[in-house]
Ligand binder design. Structure first.
Ligand SMILES: Cc1cc2nc3c(=O)[nH]c(=O)nc-3n(C[C@H](O)[C@H](O)[C@H](O)COP(=O)(O)OP(=O)(O)OC[C@H]3O[C@@H](n4cnc5c(N)ncnc54)[C@H](O)[C@@H]3O)c2cc1C
Length: 401
C-alpha cells in the first residue's frame, strides 16, 4: 500500500515510521525544512512522551475525545509505546512523578532524531512541500496536490496538527483539507493556555509557587481542584495548574481561581504557626510573612490582608492575624479570559470524531482518507497525554487493515 502522509509532526512521523515497518511504501510531506518542530520543544525541551497509567486513567485525562481514543489506545497502550522506543529505536525512556515518561538521556530534540533516523533507515521518502489540496476522484481521495508536485497513493493521511503554536507549522491546513473531503470541524479553541486575571499580578511576575492547591470556581461552585504549581505573569497566571484550569473554562460565567498557599495546614494550625513565629522574634508583619512564605508572595499576601508590612507584631490584633491566614489559604483571582490560541499547548476542536472510524482513523465519508493527531477533535491534559494521542492515532492509521 502507498501511504501519502501530510504533515511531519509527532502523529505524521510516527505513522510514517510504523507504516514503513509494516512494509508499506511511505511518502511523508512536511512544509517545514525540519520535521517534528513542535515535538522538539515539548516538555520544556525534555519531551513528556506519554503517561504510564492504565487505559481508564488515561481516558479520564482526555477532556475532548476520551471515548474515541479508547480503541487506538488499546492498540498502542503507553507500555507498548515505551517498548517501541526501546526495541525499535534503541531509545530508553524513564518514568517520573505522576507516571510521566521522558527520555532516559537527552531531550525532545533527541526524540526527533531517533524517529527521523529510523524513518530514513526504513526508506520513508521525506519531501519538503506544502499540501494545498486533496486529489479526489469520485468518492475516493487518491493523493495530495502540493506547491511543487502531486503525490498519489491508496491511503492519504492528514496529520497537519491544530492551530496552536503556529510558528511550528500547525496553521489549520488540516481542517481545510478535511473540509474539502466533506468533513465538519468543531471550532478550534485554546486549551492548556495561561489565564488572564482581573487583579494586577505584574509586581509578582515570574514568581512560581510549588505544592499549592488551586481550586477553580464557576459562579462560586468548585469545578476543579488539584495540587501542583502555579506561575505569575505580568498578565495573570501560568504554570501547570493554570493550564489545566483553562480546559474547564468555557462560556460566560463568574470564574475564580483560589490558591491555597499552605494546603497542608488548616487555618487553626497556620494561625498557631504565626503565633509561634511572633513569639520566636518576628518583629513586624513583613518579617512574619517572610518566615512562612516564599520571596515575593509575602508582599502579595500583605496587600490582600490589608496589612502594612512595618506593623509591629506586638500590636497585631487577632483579626489582623486571621486576615493573613485568610489571604494565605484563599488567595483569589478573578479569571477574565485566556491568552490567545497561538499560545495554547493544544487546540480543542478540529475534525468531528463521529465522521472518523476510531479503530483505523479512516474517514467514514470518503475512501482512502485518514485523519490523525491534533487535527482531530481530541485534546488532553498535561502529562504526556497529547503526544500519546498523536502516536496512538498515527499507529492506528498505519496498521489499519
Ligand atoms: C510548547 C509545547 C509543549 C508541549 N509539550 C508536550 C508534552 O511534553 N507532552 C505532550 O504530550 N504534549 C505536549 N505538547 C502537545 C503536543 O506537542 C501536540 O499535541 C502534538 O505535537 C500534536 O502532534 P501532531 O502531529 O498532531 O501536530 P504537530 O506536531 O503540530 O505537527 C503537524 C505538522 O504538520 C505540518 N503541516 C501543517 N500543514 C501542512 C501542509 N499544508 N503541508 C505539509 N505539512 C503541513 C506542520 O508543519 C507540522 O510539522 C506540547 C505542545 C506545545 C506547543
Amino acid at each position: 500500500m502507498r501511504y501519502i502522509i501530510i504533515g511531519g509532526g509527532a502523529a505524521g512521523s510516527f505513522c510514517a515510521l510504523t507504516a514503513a515497518l509494516e512494509g508499506h511504501t511511505v511518502t511523508l510531506i512536511e512544509k517545514n525544512a525540519l520535521l517534528m518542530k513542535k515535538l522538539g520543544i515539548t516538555g520544556k525541551g525534555r519531551c513528556n512522551l506519554t503517561n504510564l497509567c492504565d487505559n481508564d486513567e488515561f481516558i479520564a485525562n482526555i477532556f475532548s475525545g476520551g471515548n474515541f481514543i479508547r480503541s487506538s489506545l488499546s492498540k498502542l497502550p503507553p507500555t507498548k509505546l515505551v517498548d517501541f522506543f526501546q526495541d525499535k529505536l534503541g531509545f530508553p525512556l524513564t518514568v517520573e512523578r505522576g507516571n510521566r515518561v521522558f527520555p532516559q538521556n537527552g531531550g525532545a530534540v533527541d526524540v526527533v532524531l531517533a524517529i527521523k533516523n529510523r524513518m530514513i533507515r526504513e526508506n520513508v521518502r521525506i519531501i519538503t512541500d506544502t499540501a494545498l489540496s486533496l486529489i479526489i476522484e469520485g468518492n475516493t481521495v487518491t493523493g495530495a496536490r502540493c506547491e511543487h508536485d502531486d503525490y498519489i497513493g491508496e491511503r492519504v493521511v492528514i496529520a497537519c496538527g491544530g492551530v496552536s503554536y503556529p510558528v511550528t507549522g500547525s496553521t489549520g491546513d488540516g481542517y481545510s483539507l478535511a473540509r474539502q473531503a466533506g468533513h465538519n470541524t468543531a471550532t478550534p479553541t485554546a486549551a492548556l493556555v495561561p489565564l488572564l486575571t482581573r487583579e494586577d499580578t505584574s509586581d509578582v511576575a515570574e514568581l512560581l509557587l510549588k505544592n499549592i492547591t488551586a481550586t477553580l470556581f464557576k459562579n462560586d461552585k468548585a469545578v476543579f481542584k488539584e495540587q501542583g504549581e502555579i506561575g505569575f505573569e505580568t498578565y495573570g497566571l501560568s504554570g501547570a495548574l493554570a493550564l489545566t484550569a483553562s480546559c474547564y473554562i468555557k462560556g460566560e460565567a463568574n470564574w475564580k481561581l483560589r490558591i491555597d498557599c499552605k494546603p497542608a495546614l488548616s487555618e487553626e494550625t497556620l494561625d498557631a504557626r504565626l503565633l509561634r513565629e511572633i513569639q520566636d522574634g518576628a518583629a513586624n508583619a513583613g518579617d512574619l510573612l517572610r518566615k512562612i512564605l516564599p520571596k515575593g508572595l509575602d508582599r502579595l499576601v500583605a496587600k490582600r490582608a490589608s496589612i502594612k508590612r512595618d506593623t509591629p507584631t506586638a500590636i497585631m490584633t487577632k483579626a489582623k492575624r486571621l486576615a493573613i491566614v485568610g489571604a494565605v489559604k484563599r488567595l483569589d483571582f478573578g479569571i477574565t479570559g485566556k491568552r490567545p490560541i497561538e499560545e495554547a499547548i493544544v487546540t480543542n476542536g478540529g475534525v468531528c470524531l463521529d465522521e472518523i472510524d476510531p479503530r483505523t482513523m479512516k474517514s467514514k465519508l470518503v475512501n482512502g482518507l485518514y485523519v490523525i493527531g491534533e487535527t482531530l477533535d481530541i485534546a488532553g491534559l498535561t502529562g504526556g497525554f497529547n503526544l500519546h494521542c498523536a502516536f496512538a492515532t498515527g499507529y492506528a492509521a498505519a496498521t489499519a487493515d
